[in-house]
Design a protein. Structure first.
Length: 456
C-alpha cells in the first residue's frame, strides 16, 4: 500500500487572505476527529493545506478532503453510511492503510455522545460549503440496486445475484485459483492464499469425516471448489446448490473439466426448496448462513436436519457478530444505533440481506431443530489474514478491476475488505465452524478425540 506523505506542519498556518470555508472546515474537523494534538493522522484539505496529526508518532494513513462540498455531504447527516459514501464517491480519500482508517467512524460516533455534541456539530456542518459534487446525485449502483426492489424472499435469488453475479472475472482477480470465496485456514502465518484455501477445504472434509461413497450436500456451493475437492480426494458423491446463475454456470464447467459430472452436480436451487425425500450422509454450508436472518434460522436448521441421515454430520462455517452478543439494548444504545446506522454500508452495497447473529443464537436454533453440538472452532484471525490477502490481490490488479467494474465498485470492495479485516482483527466479528450431529439413538459415530482430523 502507498504510504501517506508527511508534510511540513507549517503549512497548517493560515495565509493572509484565507478562504473562510477552509477555517470552517478545520473547525468542524476538530469537532469530529479531535484537534491536531489528539489525532494520530494528517488531514489534507481541497486547497492543499494540511492539518497534521500529533507527532512524533502518527497512524499510517492520512485523510484527504477532495472538494469544497465534500465535508458537508459526509456529515449531513453524520452516520457510518454517509462517511463510507464520501469515500466511495471520491469526496474523500485515504492515503495509506485503509484498514487503520476504518476506526474513523468509531471516533466520530464516540464524539457524538450527547445532544449538545450533536447540536454543536450540526451547527458547524450547516455553514460548510455545499455543491461541487463531481459525481452528481446519481449513484453508480442505482441500476444494480433495482434487483432488490421488491425483495421477494430474504436470502433469496435477488440478494444473492446482487453480490455474486457481479462478474466472475472480477472475483478471479483476487481469489485463489479455485475461487474459494470464504475464510482460508492458515497452518502457518507465511502460507500464501492458495495454500491456505486448500488447507481449508481439507480441514472441512476431515471434520466431516467424509468416506468413499457417502452423499454430500453443499448449501451455497459458490463456484464449486469444495464439492470438486471432496469428490476427487474423498470419493464422495456431491450435490451443490446456489442461487447465483454465474456461479452455477462456472461450477458446472469446472466439474465437466475435471470429468466429475457423474458424481458431482450443481443445482440452481434455494435450500428451502430441497425435496423432502432428498437425504444426505453429510452436509456442509460455508459462508452462506450470513444471508439467513435470525428469525429464519430455526427453519434453516430444521431443513438441514430433515435432509441429513441419522448418524450424519453438518458443518456450518459462518460469520458471527460479537458486537451483537455484547449489546445491552438500552434506550440510549438503540437511539445511537438508529442515528449512526452501523453496518448500513455493507447492507446497501455489499451484502444487502446480510444479518449477523451472536454465536449463541445460532447454536440455540440448531439444537432446537434436533442437532447436537459436537465442536466449535473460531477462525477469527484466519479471516483477517484472508481479507488482507484479498485486498492485496485487488489492489495489485487495480487496472483490471477498473476496466471490469469501474472506480466506484473498486472503492466499495476495497472499503469492504478493509472494514471487515478491521472487524475480525478487533474482535467485533468472528468466524465460526460449528460441527453438528444428528445422532442415531445416541450414537454420534464420531471418534473419542479430534486426533484423526490432524493426523497426516
Amino acid at each position: 500500500m502507498t504510504q501517506p506523505q508527511r508534510l511540513d506542519p507549517s503549512k497548517h498556518s493560515e495565509p493572509a487572505k484565507a478562504d473562510p470555508a477552509i477555517k470552517r472546515a478545520r473547525n468542524t474537523l476538530d469537532l469530529i476527529f479531535g484537534e491536531s494534538a489528539e489525532r494520530g493522522f494528517d488531514i489534507r484539505l481541497w486547497d492543499g493545506s494540511v492539518s497534521p496529526g500529533r507527532s512524533p508518532k502518527r497512524d499510517d494513513f492520512s485523510l484527504v478532503i477532495q472538494r469544497r462540498g465534500a465535508l458537508r455531504r459526509m456529515l449531513f447527516p453524520p452516520s457510518e453510511l454517509s462517511i463510507a459514501e464520501a469515500y466511495i464517491n471520491g469526496d474523500v480519500d485515504v492515503k495509506g492503510n485503509l484498514e487503520r482508517a476504518i476506526d474513523l467512524g468509531d471516533i466520530v460516533a464516540s464524539r457524538l455522545d450527547s445532544p449538545f455534541a450533536i447540536a454543536r456539530l450540526a451547527a458547524g456542518v450547516a455553514i460548510l460549503p455545499a455543491g461541487d459534487d463531481a459525481h452528481g446525485e446519481a449513484r453508480a449502483y442505482a441500476r444494480h440496486l433495482k434487483l432488490l426492489t421488491p425483495m421477494r424472499r430474504r436470502g433469496g435469488a435477488e440478494a444473492i445475484q446482487f453480490h455474486y453475479d457481479l462478474s466472475n472475472d472480477f472475483y478471479a482477480l483476487w481469489l485463489d485459483k479455485r475461487m474459494t470465496y470464504t475464510c482460508a485456514y492458515f497452518r502457518n502465518a507465511n502460507d500464501d492464499l492458495e495454500t491456505a484455501q486448500l488447507a481449508k477445504l481439507d480441514h472441512i472434509c476431515r471434520k466431516l469425516r467424509l468416506k468413499k461413497g457417502e452423499r454430500l450436500l453443499d448449501i451455497g456451493c459458490g463456484w464449486g471448489s469444495l464439492i470438486i475437492y471432496a469428490v476427487e480426494n474423498y470419493g464422495v458423491e456431491a450435490v451443490g446448490i446456489t442461487l447465483s446463475e454465474a456461479q452455477a454456470e462456472l461450477a458446472r464447467q469446472r466439474i465437466e473439466d475435471h470429468r466429475l459430472s457423474e458424481r458431482c452436480t450443481v443445482r440452481l436451487q434455494d435450500y428451502r426448496d430441497l425435496p423432502d425425500a432428498d437425504r444426505f450422509d453429510k452436509i456442509v454450508s460455508v459462508g452462506m448462513m450470513e444471508h439467513v436472518a435470525e428469525k429464519d434460522q430455526p427453519e434453516y436448521f430444521a431443513i438441514a436436519f430433515r435432509a441429513l441421515q441419522p448418524g450424519g454430520l453438518f458443518l456450518d462455517h459462518f460469520i458471527v457478530s460479537n458486537r451483537t452478543a455484547r449489546r445491552s439494548n438500552t434506550v440510549g444504545e438503540e437511539i445511537s444505533r438508529r442515528l449512526w446506522k452501523r453496518d448500513a454500508f455493507m447492507d446497501k452495497y455489499v451484502f444487502p440481506d446480510g444479518r449477523l447473529v451472536a454465536l449463541g443464537s445460532a447454536i440455540a436454533s440448531a439444537e432446537r431443530a434436533g442437532f447436537e453440538t459436537r465442536d466449535v472452532e473460531s477462525l477469527r484471525e484466519h479471516y483477517a489474514m484472508t481479507l488482507r490477502a484479498w485486498l492485496r490481490g485487488l489492489e495489485k490488479r487495480k487496472a483490471d478491476a477498473l476496466r471490469l467494474v469501474g472506480e466506484k465498485t473498486y472503492r466499495i470492495w476495497r472499503l469492504a475488505f478493509s472494514a471487515s479485516a478491521n472487524g475480525f482483527s478487533s474482535g467485533s466479528l468472528n468466524l465460526t465452524q460449528l460441527l453438528l450431529s444428528r445422532h442415531a439413538g445416541g450414537d454420534s459415530r464420531l471418534p473419542l478425540t479430534r486426533d484423526d482430523i490432524y493426523a497426516r
